[in-house]
Write a protein that binds this ligand. Structure first.
Ligand code: BES
Ligand code: MN
Ligand code: ZN
Length: 494
């Protein structure tokens, strides 16, 4: 689907479908122009109650006299002009869905016209993001592909506001295109089955990102013991697939500028290991690499957007499998930081993998570190699928991430890292246990990680509830938290 900008007035527009807003009973803007050209056709429809201004309600009109376009979709925007990002995106999605019911190939949007305040970069960013996301499909592992949509061109028609408005609109379209490119990378990697998307596959995909200003380094499991990454290794050694520690360095900023580091949990399949998970919905544990996928997606987006910032993406990729070489409950391992860990439950593997990646990140002297992980089922219980859990050892960092979450509608909610919770991780035999008991599971997992992040400003995102949609026809990766991370990094680059 191609999205672009033009300044075609509604009367002469030759694309085969127009989308125009209706916010109240009195006609304004594009719809008023159509009414005039059609000698009162629209007003007549209004009088007979055939048009609704209810938010998202679409009415398709065909062969309206006096205009060139074959179809007009009138979409209600509601009377309330203070739509949030999600509601605004939904309007565009509804209109596109309605257009898809027709034979339209090209759709022209006049939706921004219902409020002069909408001729902003933000508006066109949200609209483009919503429209492009709506056309995402994952059929890479199907032999028969569904029939593609007829619609292949989308236009925003900007007839007012002059050169300034055009510039803003184009900037919004461009930033959304870069973002969606990254979200699609994230979704594709996450949606691929676990036998295809292995640690090796992630490493190969990462290597393809290398280029101008982008370096990619892959460390194989063979080197983990020598590097002292005993915690990561204890998970990796149970699988026949070789684990990988992948580093993607993007130098968009000045050479001496400290990098911002993103670390993704890349468990390409989490069976639980010897502490085997129950069978129901275990297939969804192919999504246990969504943190890694979001790092790859975010790196893709910021590289496409040429963000003037130094960013390092680190991916800790492994399977978690039961086998004769797998860790057993009660095993004690030594992390790269030197802390010993009693592995009381091999299904709490994410924190074992991440703690060594967090220590590995110290060498980059980071300005900030954010780890992203589908870390706990308890997080899904706490926050459901609307917000990712946010933990941080630095209030300013947490505030910036929260603000980015609101601005991108990829929201987070802050959770405590109080020392009292750390008490739950005491071990009889080692420095730390890898589980903290049944209470506050998302928090104790974050507390575990906080023992390895003392040397820098750090935040942890538990995305277990937000990274994918569960069972049913909409099962699949959401692309979150790529919008949040891209917004956060963009806010730093400003
Ligand atoms: N990857 C899972 C967390 C998860 C489970 C995310 C279900 C989304 C849906 C993680 O590795 C895990 O298994 N965590 C355990 C921790 C427990 C053993 C302390 C959990 O949440 O049950
Ligand atoms: Mn697990
Ligand atoms: Zn896991």
């Amino acid at each position: 689907m191609n999205v672009s900008l033009n300044s075609n007035p509604v009367i002469n527009n030759t694309s085969d479908c127009l989308v125009v807003p209706l916010s109240s009973g009195t006609l304004t803007g594009a719809l008023a122009d159509i009414d005039k050209a059609s000698k009162g056709h629209i007003n007549a429809l209004l009088k007979s109650n055939d048009l609704s201004n209810r938010s998202g309600r679409c009415t398709s009109l065909f062969h309206v006299p006096g205009i060139k376009a074959k179809r007009v979709i009138v979409i209600g925007t509601g009377k309330n002009k203070s739509l949030n990002i999600n509601q605004l995106g939904a309007l565009y999605r509804h209109a596109l869905k309605e257009a898809e019911k027709t034979g339209a190939k090209e759709v022209s949007f006049y939706l921004h016209e219902f409020d002069a305040g909408f001729r902003t970069k933000k508006h066109f960013h949200i609209a483009t993001q919503a429209l492009l996301n709506a056309s995402y499909q994952f059929e890479k592992q199907k032999s028969k592909k569904a029939k593609a949509s007829n619609i292949h061109k989308l236009f925003f028609c900007l007839t007012a506001g002059g050169a300034k408005a055009k510039k803003e609109a184009q900037a919004g379209i461009n930033s959304a295109k870069a973002l969606v490119k990254g979200m699609n990378v994230c979704k594709d990697l996450a949606n691929f089955s676990g036998n295809v998307c292995t640690p090796e596959y992630l490493a190969e995909e990462a290597k393809k990102m290398a280029g101008a200003k982008v370096n990619v380094k892959v460390i194989d499991e063979k080197s983990f013991a020598r590097m002292g990454m005993g915690a990561f290794l204890s998970v990796a050694k149970g699988s026949a697939q070789s684990a990988k520690l992948i580093t993607i360095s993007y130098q968009g900023g000045k050479k001496d500028e400290k990098p911002h580091v993103l670390i993704g949990k890349g468990v390409t399949f989490d069976s639980g290991g010897i502490s085997l998970k129950p069978g129901a919905a275990m297939d969804e544990m192919k999504f246990d690499m969504c943190g890694a996928a979001s790092v790859m997606g975010t790196m893709t987006a910021i590289i496409a957007a040429k963000l003037p910032l130094n960013v390092i993406g680190i991916i800790a990729a492994t399977e978690n499998m039961p086998s004769s070489t797998a860790s057993k409950p009660g095993d004690i391992v030594t992390s790269m930081a030197g802390l010993t860990i009693e592995v009381l439950n091999t299904d709490a593997e994410g924190r074992l993998v991440l703690c060594d990646a967090l220590t590995y990140a110290e060498q980059f002297k980071p300005a900030s570190v954010i780890d992203i992980a589908t870390l706990t089922g308890a997080c899904v219980v706490a926050l459901g699928s609307h917000a990712s859990a946010l933990y941080s050892n630095n209030d300013k960092l947490a505030e910036k991430i929260q603000a980015a979450g609101l601005a991108s509608w990829d929201r987070v909610w802050p959770m405590p890292l109080w020392p009292e919770y750390n008490e739950q991780l005491k071990s009889r035999f080692a420095d730390l246990a890898n589980i903290g008991g049944p209470k506050a599971g998302s928090i104790t997992a974050a507390c575990f990680l906080s023992n390895f992040t003392k040397k820098y400003h750090w935040a942890h995102l538990d995305i277990a509830g937000t990274a994918w949609n569960g069972p049913g026809p909409s099962k699949g990766a959401t692309g979150r938290p790529v919008p949040l991370l891209v917004e956060y990094l963009s806010s730093l680059a400003k």
